[in-house]
Design a protein. Structure first.
Length: 352
C-alpha cells in the first residue's frame, strides 16, 4: 500500500492546525512513554531513575515513529511521591503506589505543597524536558502530562480512602485537593519556564468511579485552576485525557477551559463529535490493549481508519491517538501502523 510522504514537519503541522490552517494529514499522537522503554533496550526502572534515559526514549521514538508530539510526564503518582508517598519501581513494569503518605485524610493539614525543583522525581522530569526541548524542539512540539488533582490525591491517601472521604470527610478532602492543586500549579510554572506544552490526565475522576455531582464538586474546580494556569503562562490551549467512561462529564470538562479532550476507547468518537466536537478538539481512540498490543498491523490500520472516518470532520478538529497509554509488549510495527494510517487514510482531502 502506497504511503504518501509527509509534506510538513510535525511542528509545522501542529502550528498550522492550531491556527485553523490547512495541513497535509491528520495529526497522530499515540500515547507512549515509559511503557515503550523495552523497545529501546532499557528497563522501566532505568527510565524512571534517569533524566537522560527519559529524554533518550523520546528521541528514539521520534526517530522511529515520527509522532506529532513528544514529551515526558510526571506520571499519575509523581506529585504524591513528591509529597511523601512511597512509590514502587519494578525492574520492568509500571510504577505503583506502595505506601500513601497519609494514613488518614484527617491529617491532610500536615502536608506542604511540593517543590518541583527538589521533591521526588520532579527534578528529573524537568531535566529530561530540557534535554528533549533542546534536541527536538525545532522539529516537534514538546509537552508534559501531569496528574489531575483528584487522581494525584488518590496516590496521597489511597484510592479507597479518597472515595470514602467524598462522603465522610468532604472538608478534609477539599483541604487535600487544595494542597495537591498548589503542587500542580508550581509544576506548571516550572514546565512553562521551559517552554513546553501542558496537558493533564485525571482517570480517578472519570464517571466510572464518581458521580457527575461529585465530579463537579471535587474534581472540576481544581482541574479548572490548573487549566487556567496553563493558559495564563503559555498562552496556549490545553487538554485533559479521561480514562474509562466520561460522556456524563463531557459538558463539565468543557467548563474547565480545555481546548482538547482525549477520550478513552470506552466511548465512541462519533458520539463525541456530535455532542461536543463543535466546541473542543477531540482525540482518540484506538484500543491500546486489544488492538495496539494484541492485534495485527491490519487490525490497527482498520480501527484507525474507522476512527478517522468517524471524527475527521469534527468542527474543532480531530487528532488520531490511542484510547489510553499503549501497554508494554505492543509491537513497534503496530505503533508505526497507527502513524501510517494517519498518512494513508488521513491525508487531505480525506476520502472514506
Amino acid at each position: 500500500m502506497y504511503i504518501k510522504p509527509d509534506q510538513m514537519t510535525p511542528k509545522e503541522r501542529m502550528e498550522a492546525f492550531s491556527k485553523g490552517e490547512e495541513i497535509d494529514r491528520i495529526l497522530c499522537m499515540p500515547q507512549m512513554g515509559v511503557t515503550m522503554a523495552p523497545l529501546m533496550g532499557i528497563t522501566t526502572h532505568e527510565y524512571y531513575h534517569s533524566a537522560e534515559r527519559m529524554a533518550e526514549l523520546e528521541m528514539f521514538l521520534f526517530n522511529k515513529i515520527r509522532p506529532d508530539s513528544v514529551g515526558v510526564g510526571t506520571t499519575l503518582r509523581g506529585v504524591a511521591e513528591a509529597l511523601g508517598s512511597k512509590v514502587g519501581y519494578p525492574e520492568n513494569g509500571i510504577s505503583y503506589l506502595e505506601e500513601p503518605v497519609l494514613k488518614d485524610i484527617r491529617e491532610a493539614d500536615n502536608l506542604e505543597p511540593a517543590d518541583p525543583y527538589k521533591d521526588g522525581k520532579l527534578p528529573l522530569c524537568i531535566k529530561a524536558l530540557k534535554i528533549v526541548k533542546k534536541e527536538l524542539g525545532d522539529l516537534v512540539d514538546v509537552g508534559s502530562d501531569i496528574a489531575g488533582p483528584f487522581s494525584a490525591a488518590a496516590a496521597v491517601v489511597g484510592t479507597d480512602k479518597l472515595l470514602r472521604a467524598l462522603i465522610k470527610y468532604p472538608k478534609k478532602l477539599h483541604t487535600l485537593l487544595e494542597i495537591v492543586t498548589e503542587s500542580n500549579l508550581r509544576i506548571i510554572e516550572a514546565f512553562a519556564d521551559i517552554g513546553v506544552g501542558l496537558c493533564m490526565s485525571d482517570p480517578v475522576a472519570s464517571s466510572s468511579l464518581i458521580s457527575v455531582k461529585q465530579f463537579r464538586e471535587f474534581a472540576m474546580p481544581y482541574e479548572k485552576k490548573c487549566i487556567g494556569k496553563m493558559r495564563e503562562l503559555t498562552g496556549k490551549g490545553s487538554s485533559i485525557h479521561m480514562c474509562g467512561k466520561s460522556k456524563e462529564i463531557w459538558e463539565s470538562l468543557l467548563e474547565t477551559g480545555i481546548t482538547t479532550l482525549s477520550i478513552d476507547n470506552a466511548e465512541d468518537m462519533e458520539e463525541a463529535k456530535n455532542l461536543i466536537g463543535d466546541r473542543v478538539c477531540i482525540v482518540g481512540n484506538v484500543k491500546p490493549v486489544d488492538t495496539m498490543k494484541n492485534g495485527t498491523v491490519e487490525d490497527v490500520m482498520n480501527e484507525a481508519r474507522e476512527c478517522i472516518n468517524k471524527a475527521h470532520d469534527s468542527k474543532k478538529g480531530f487528532i488520531l491517538s490511542t484510547g489510553c497509554q499503549i501497554p508494554m509488549g505492543a509491537p513497534i510495527e503496530n505503533i508505526q501502523a497507527l502513524m501510517n494510517a494517519a498518512k494513508i487514510y488521513g491525508s487531505y482531502p480525506i476520502k472514506r
